[in-house]
Design a protein around this ligand. Sequence first.
Ligand SMILES: Cc1cc2nc3c(=O)[nH]c(=O)nc-3n(C[C@H](O)[C@H](O)[C@H](O)COP(=O)(O)OP(=O)(O)OC[C@H]3O[C@@H](n4cnc5c(N)ncnc54)[C@H](O)[C@@H]3O)c2cc1C
Length: 422
Amino acid sequence: MHLLILGAGFTGLSAALRLLQKGHQVTIFEKEDSFGGLAGGFKLPNWDWTLEKAYHHWFTNDDSVLNLAQELNYPVIIKRPQTNVYINGEVLALDSPLALLKFPYLSFLDRLRAGLVLFYLRSTNNYSQFENIHALPWLKKYMGEDITKKIWEPLFTGKFGEYKNEITLSWFWARIKKRTPSLAYPEGGFKSFADRVAQEVKNLGGKIFLNMEVAELGQEAGKVYIKAQGKKYLFDKAISTLPSPIFTKITRGLPSDYIERVSKIPHLHALNLILILDKPFMGGTYWLNISDSNFPYLVLAEHTNFMDSKHYGNQHILYIGNYLPSNHPYLKMKGSELLKIFDPYLKKINPTYDGSLLSYQLFAAPFAQPVVTPNYSKLIPTFKSPLPNVYVANMDMVYPWDRGTNYAVKMGEEIARLVDQN
Ligand SMILES: Cc1cc2nc3c(=O)[nH]c(=O)nc-3n(C[C@H](O)[C@H](O)[C@H](O)COP(=O)(O)OP(=O)(O)OC[C@H]3O[C@@H](n4cnc5c(N)ncnc54)[C@H](O)[C@@H]3O)c2cc1C
């Protein structure tokens, strides 16, 4: 059977790997000039390692991707970097039960309640009971107004903007359930790891075409056809790993109720301005959640407080991260314009950082975060699309988990099994 996979992100690459191992013929068409999709990266000339266009790490319980790394003998580094929160002008730890108990800006009763609610969420497996509950009102009711206003609301605002009040509690449950204090990272960066998986796909006889954007997909005489770069190609089956809005746009013959249903999931863009500095930016902190809604960004991630700066020519790397709706003015701005807006808020954390700024890189990714609202499980696409022999596996579908390369690998393996058995 000759299969086409659309997209060489981690879902497409892992589906290809498993299908090749089952003896199928596999071709991948990828629009970009490199592998890895949203987890792809770049390398400056004086760096030894690649760097992600958006901050990336694994949790130590991300079994699917860690098992894949092990299978490919790919080295993985595990560390416990510092995760902190910026609140009331201070950087404070809030990454363990002890840190929560010592947290100064909450009453003792609130800290205790928060600890109990977090413990309850972590120890519960039945997330479907939370799916029709809005997260923020629930947190206000059970954890308290004060902590919700100070900690959770700014995070929901930063992550989901205008959708903050519509997020389901099952999304929040998954974030709490999954988090591990130690984090993992593939040696050389996520792009290098994607390159390694792609190499394995090629070693097994898979064909990967980069710079090959699929413009149309449909059915013809019992086969699946696609058009790319003005040419038509025929396959027995196709798996699309593209975001749903792109899949529904390029695919001919989809029923309107299917398009209507999957279009109900809004997606946000991710915008990352990466500062390259010749000095560290925020002491030992790797991850800084900003609990202040006046800030023009959601998170700072100092990658070189997680991985050693020696891999990046002794330079220090700071991500300034945002999730934004498609009409947000930041998405039209140049790096220099954004830096002007962010500068006063960076100086609140490090007043003299600009003396150490060497350069910056700006990356925007559309369809980077599905918005997970109540009844979400009724909206998400299924592996089998309404068109025979056309399958779909994209990050809208990893619910209840928040999208991540671990779930991309897991989903790629699941769809490969399904396609192999059908
Ligand atoms: C800001 C941010 C932070 C993140 N942090 C983490 C993290 O810390 N840890 C983690 O594990 N994950 C993280 N993720 C999530 C992770 O990157 C994604 O879940 C994962 O990479 C999704 O893989 P995928 O293959 O399903 O989709 P994608 O990576 O989106 O792959 C789809 C591929 O399809 C290609 N494509 C699109 N249109 C076409 C077309 N018409 N023709 C051909 N090809 C096409 C795209 O170029 C892309 O390569 C983060 C994501 C973002 C945006």
